[in-house]
Design a protein. Structure first.
Length: 379
């Protein structure tokens, strides 16, 4: 089958997780850049990556890569692509893009040049003076970095973090791809109890449940490539069948709680939409009442950050309460993400490890507290 090069954009800090997921799918990564991972696969990889990648934002087909310091170089590089291989006579090519530290810094001008080069190549191939653009929408993206162009075709359409289960969110939701990265970092696989005592709309708990069930995150949504004429429909059909066969039951409970009953209700609703409602045990309670029966487990949470000064004191008192409660979870591995730079002081313990991440535009740290390893006599 035809070999293609693909690009998986992601949030800054998640590149390692995306690389590991690509490897788990059986593909080799070619290059890791800030906010994107390049890898090679066959056409099946387009469908499989869209269905299975938990931490990537999109899957892009790399059409060309070339230097461009002038608009003429940009035009010629774009026009050199054999566009009739991808776009039918009636298809509508939609061009977007970005430029970072490049001579060609005007995005609108680069869009016009790119669109003109594509239109000129297609018009010449189909004997047209003007493209009808009444057919399938083909989302083309240019990415200029240090005067090098990546020309990409977006196969995902709607970003991959939109799994289809979160119809609503709470006031400060965590993106699904970031929640999946936190679960990935914890090495949780469904072999122990899992908990999130600040569940909000349930994103972290739901992502944990899908991982425990080996459920592909893209199973309940559609993708842009489904309408691409140059890709056979059998690609997605086969990939879906493969993904459905991999799903297993969730054996141990996932505890999701929140002080706000509306958030607990929303978590239950979103869990139903995700198909993991049987995995979750949802309760309304403050963190002070969090006392799980299990002696060992994995806890991941995204507590309030106290970004506003009016909320900061309450937030710091909350961290003290978390420290008191979590100190009793001696057999639990605990992962807490927050932007508060003095979190450890209020929590009362230094983390075993910290990892820098971004929750949207907010720089955060993931504080990791590891449970002691079981002795052989305890295993």
């Amino acid at each position: 089958m035809q070999t293609v090069q693909l690009v998986a954009p992601c949030l800054f800090g998640l590149e390692r997780y995306v690389k590991e997921e690509i490897y788990d799918l059986g593909y080799e990564t070619d290059e890791v850049m800030d906010g994107r991972v390049l890898f090679t696969g066959d056409l099946e990889a387009i469908a499989r990556a869209n269905l299975h990648l938990r931490c990537a934002e999109r899957v892009m087909l790399l059409l060309a890569r070339f230097p461009a310091r002038t608009f003429e170089e940009l035009y010629q590089g774009v026009k050199a692509v054999n566009w009739p291989d991808y776009a039918a006579r009636e298809d509508a090519v939609i061009v977007t893009g970005s430029s970072v530290r490049s001579t060609l810094s005007s995005i609108p001008a680069c869009q016009r040049i790119t669109k003109k080069a594509i239109a000129d190549r297609l018009c010449a191939a189909y004997g047209l003076k003007r493209l009808p653009e009444t057919g399938v929408r083909l989302p083309v993206q240019f990415f200029l970095l240090r005067n090098e162009v990546m020309l990409l075709l977006d196969t995902s359409g709607i970003p991959l973090h939109k799994r289809g289960y979160r119809a609503e969110g709470n006031a400060a939701p965590i993106r699904e791809t970031l929640a999946a990265a936190l679960v990935h970092q914890s090495h949780y696989r469904g072999r122990e109890v899992f908990a999130d005592p600040f569940c909000g709309s349930g994103t972290i708990a739901i992502e944990a449940a899908m991982r425990a069930r080996r459920m592909a995150p893209g199973l309940r949504r559609s993708f842009a490539f489904e309408s691409f004429g140059f890709l056979p429909p059998v690609l997605l059909r086969d990939a879906r069948e493969e993904a459905l066969e991999e799903i297993i039951p969730c054996e141990l409970p996932i505890l999701a709680s929140d002080i706000d009953p509306a958030m607990a209700d929303l978590t239950a609703k979103n869990a139903r939409l995700a198909g993991v409602e049987s995995c979750l045990r949802i309760r309304t309670m403050p963190v002070s009442e969090f006392h799980p029966e299990a002696s060992r487990g994995t806890l991941i949470c995204n507590p309030p950050y106290g970004e506003r000064m009016s909320e900061r004191l309450a937030c710091e008192e909350l961290y003290r309460e978390m420290g008191r409660v979590f100190s009793n979870l001696r057999g639990w591995s605990t992962y807490i993400i927050t932007s508060h730079e003095e979190f450890e002081d209020f929590f009362g313990r230094k983390a075993n490890k910290r990892r820098k991440l971004y929750n949207g535009m907010i720089r955060c740290d993931l504080y990791q507290y590891y449970a002691p390893r079981l002795k052989r006599s305890d295993a």
